[in-house]
Write a protein that binds this ligand. Structure first.
Ligand SMILES: Nc1nc2c(c(=O)[nH]1)N[C@H]1C(S)=C(S)[C@@H](COP(=O)(O)O)O[C@H]1N2
Ligand SMILES: [Mo]
Length: 383
């Protein structure tokens, strides 16, 4: 706590603080974060899922925030780190952390969700990290607007995509993780390069010292450990753009493949809800049961959440929490009076402002992306 306060004081009271004073402390804070309560889907590289019953607040604490890394976490020497911006720009530039911290800062509360969240729920099963329901979280991200940085480099009208690359490297012969961000989304004022997460220096696992935060879109656009932005008239031709993070153009039979030419890139997250309390398979007592969780809808606002305790025969509107931000989830709560003891299936269904609702069955696709079926927990209500 003391160190946190100290860092905050140094970072804010001395905006022009020299790199020599600021950076060793940043490096130190970038390392330390205990993720002991998360479920390791893979220990190295780190793919860590949040047990959803621990998601109790609108803002997810850093030590509970899920981690998705394709490759080993790179080691970063903050004094040597730079961000290069080149390609279709008038003046290629290279910025230090100090340069970036001196630009006007902005803070956005954004929900980040992995495209593969819920993959383990698809039937037939699909290969990939077997995320259940907890590859999602919400944080306050502080940094600079990507558009401000692009303007400094004089991004040209011919640029249609930004190729975002981080300091991590493919393992063995695996290709580098590079993502391609359409220029319109990059220029929106809500798209930021973040160096703080919930008021702390961005933790190592989450992309220290700088990551993209592309709000409302599936998590893989939010490239961590960012070192290079290349503006281009063309889409990137690497496998994380041309093969991964794509979805069938038309619905396909479950268990079949689809050629890449019949797929489109995933972008905005679909409408979705998550019951966090009671926990799945929990036993509860008492005359009332508080059913609560979160709902989000990518670039749309959540309009309502309904809860059913009778297998979807009847639905009751949940109350939405007051905390809100353009690209952040809403908390919901419904107080239920069970008619008697027994085993119950509790369902939640969110609807966005366009009227899109969650489907009963998740739409099967070969990589198991964008699971957004009506959420469910089984609970045992005691006498
Ligand atoms: N450089 C880099 N950035 C990355 C990734 C990665 O493997 N390497 N994973 C992406 C994916 S798939 C997701 S879902 C988010 C996860 O961010 P988090 O680990 O901070 O939760 O980071 C994205 N950014
Ligand atoms: Mo992801």
């Amino acid at each position: 706590m003391l160190r946190r306060t100290f860092l905050a004081a140094v970072g804010r009271a001395v905006p022009g603080a020299s790199a020599a004073i600021l950076l060793p402390s940043i490096a130190d804070a970038g390392q330390a974060l205990s993720k002991a309560r998360l479920i390791a889907r893979s220990a190295r590289p780190e793919d860590l899922e949040t047990p959803v019953h621990l998601l109790t607040s609108w803002i997810t604490p850093n030590d509970l925030f899920y981690v998705r890394s394709h490759f080993y976490t790179p080691s970063i020497e903050p004094g040597a780190w730079t961000l290069r911006i080149d390609g279709d720009v008038d003046h290629p530039i290279e910025l230090t952390l100090g340069d970036i911290r001196r630009l006007p800062s902005t803070t956005r509360v954004v929900t980040l969700e992995c495209a593969g969240n819920g993959r383990a729920l698809f039937d037939p099963p699909v290969a990939g990290v077997q995320w259940e329901r907890g590859a999602v979280g919400t944080a306050a991200w502080t940094g600079v607007r990507l558009a401000d940085v692009l303007r400094r480099a004089g991004v040209r009208a011919s640029a249609r995509y930004l190729w975002l690359d981080g300091a991590d490297r493919g393992m063995g012969r695996a290709p580098d993780f590079v993502r391609s961000l359409p220029i319109d989304k990059a220029m929106q004022t809500d798209t930021v390069l973040a160096y703080e997460m919930n008021g702390e220096v961005l933790p190592m696992a989450h992309g220290f010292p700088l990551r993209a935060m592309v709000p409302g879109w599936e998590g893989a656009y939010s490239v961590k450990w960012l070192t290079h932005i290349q503006a281009s008239a063309q889409d990137h031709d690497g496998p994380f753009v041309q093969a991964g993070y794509r979805y069938p153009r038309r619905p396909i039979p479950p268990g079949t493949l689809v050629p890449a030419s019949e797929t489109v890139p995933l972008r905005a997250l679909p409408v979705k809800s998550l019951i966090t309390s009671p926990a799945n398979n929990a036993s509860v007592d008492g005359a009332t049961v508080r059913i609560s969780g979160f709902a989000w809808a990518g670039e749309e606002d959540v309009a309502r959440v309904d809860v059913s305790t009778d297998g979807g025969r009847t639905w009751s509107p949940a109350r939405l929490g007051r905390d809100r931000a353009r690209y952040a989830w809403r908390q919901f709560e419904h107080v239920w009076r069970p008619a008697g003891s027994g085993s119950y299936l509790v369902l939640s269904r969110a609807t966005d402002r366009r009227g899109e609702s969650q489907p009963i069955i998740g739409e099967w696709n070969p990589a198991g992306y964008a699971w957004n079926a009506i959420d469910r927990v089984r609970i045992d209500v005691g006498a």
